[in-house]
Design a binder for this molecule. Structure first.
Ligand SMILES: Cc1ncc(COP(=O)(O)O)c(C=O)c1O
Length: 397
């Protein structure tokens, strides 16, 4: 199953200006990540045999399944946002600068006192918040839908966090988390924005831009961007917004064609593009996809303008495309490298497979830079975060 829309509101040269968007001028994200213990740029892999099979010049995969040992890109956002939050608190009280080194200095952190950080998650963002809180010696309370995969819950508990299971969707977890933060004086680290709450999701967005910054000099260059198309998944839209902001700011009208991929059962961005007249809309789907990280019912109001202004094409696919992509990554063609990719992680490749073989998408593909000279960048946003389902889907350990 698949649905799509071309976005008539997409601009050649999007610009986000004014006080609201001043945060986009920050430049310290990659340097911050480079100072974290265990930092290494994630691998950039090339799949030439698959590219030939799909009639493309190149397929490149940035493998975030290897990020900081927690198997997903989310650590980039949570760590940077928590750094910026602590830095702000520090600057309110002390004249000395708060550097990335202070972020790991228990003596400096002790001066700031104790915090309880809380977050809502389908798995990866919560694990990233818990991982960062543990690094800081602080508490974390994570809200998850009660039907979350047991391994994902366990991974968060293993980071020392308390997990609160909520009977309902991810969106209800966001509400519960915000209410608990207000009641208990905790600090919410939410990857989605809501009224009166934008700074943290803005910093999370900035943190994700390190994925693209790591490609400068490798795939991208000042004179030549090196890819024609970039496919990015959207849950609440933070990662896709980071791609929109990064490529629009750096490459303007010459940026690659950005394609947004969602599950059909939580296609809030596609719905917004089709029917929203510039405003974000909720999905009409039941949010039941195996692509758990993308099971979000409403766009983050912070992320939405970035996707609306910079993404020309929105696609939603059924779970069988994600399963097919997980298998293709795990059992590659010829000498292509093997990639361990989870359900949400494989969604970019799911989009490419659907665009290459679903008859319903043939006309759409013809209008996109997906021809014999096209080079496509995918981000594998997670590894096997549900190892049992991974084995079941790919048939391998
Ligand atoms: C593996 C994975 N990919 C993609 C996403 C989507 O990111 P965002 O919610 O920022 O759109 C998520 C979100 O949790 C995720 O866990």
């Amino acid at each position: 199953m698949c649905e799509y829309a071309f976005n008539e509101l997409c601009r050649a040269k999007p610009e986000w200006s004014g006080e609201e968007y001043a945060f986009l001028n920050e430049r310290d994200m990659l340097a911050f990540h480079q100072a974290l213990p265990g930092y290494a740029p994630t691998p950039l892999l090339e799949l030439p045999a698959l590219a030939a099979r799909l009639g493309l010049a190149g397929i490149f995969v940035k493998d975030e399944g290897q990020r900081f040992g927690i198997k997903a890109f989310k650590a980039l956002g949570a760590s940077y946002a928590m750094y910026r939050f602590l830095k702000q608190r520090w600057q309110e009280r002390f004249p000395e600068p708060f550097t990335p080194e202070c972020f790991q200095d228990r003596t400096a952190l002790k001066k700031l006192g104790a915090f309880t950080f809380c977050a809502a998650t389908d798995g990866n963002h919560g694990r990233a918040v818990a991982w960062t809180a543990r690094m800081l010696g602080q508490k974390a309370v994570i809200y998850m839908p009660a039907d979350s995969v047991a391994a994902r819950v366990e991974n968060i508990r293993n980071e020392g966090a308390e997990v609160v299971l909520v009977r309902g969707t991810f969106d209800l977890c966001v509400e519960r988390c915000a209410a608990a933060a207000a009641k208990n004086g905790w600090q919410a680290i939410s990857d989605t924005a809501y009224p009166g709450y934008r700074d943290i999701p803005g910093w999370i967005l900035l943190g994700y831009t390190s994925i693209f910054a790591e490609l400068e000099g490798l795939l991208h260059g000042p004179m030549k961007i090196g890819v024609d198309t970039v496919i990015l998944p959207a849950g609440v839209g933070g990662l896709a917004a980071a791609g929109a902001a990064y490529y629009s700011k750096r490459y303007g009208a010459k940026r690659p064609a950005l394609i947004c991929i969602e599950p059909v059962s939580s296609d809030c961005f596609l719905e917004s593009v089709r029917f929203g007249r510039g405003e974000p809309l909720p999905t009409r789907g039941r949010q039941t996809s195996i692509m758990a990280g993308l099971n979000c019912g409403v766009p983050s109001p912070l992320a939405w303008p970035f996707l609306r202004d910079a993404f020309p094409f929105f696609l939603a696919v059924g779970d069988s495309w994600a399963e097919q992509a997980m298998r293709r990554y795990a059992q590659p063609l010829k000498d292509d490298p093997r990639i361990v990719s989870g359900e949400s992680g494989s969604s970019g490749l799911a989009a490419l497979l659907a665009l290459s073989s679903a008859p319903k998408l043939a006309a759409a593909r013809a209008k996109l830079p997906l021809g014999p000279n096209s080079r496509v960048l995918l981000v594998n946003t997670e590894g096997d975060t549900d190892p049992e389902n991974f084995k079941k889907v790919v048939g391998l350990a």
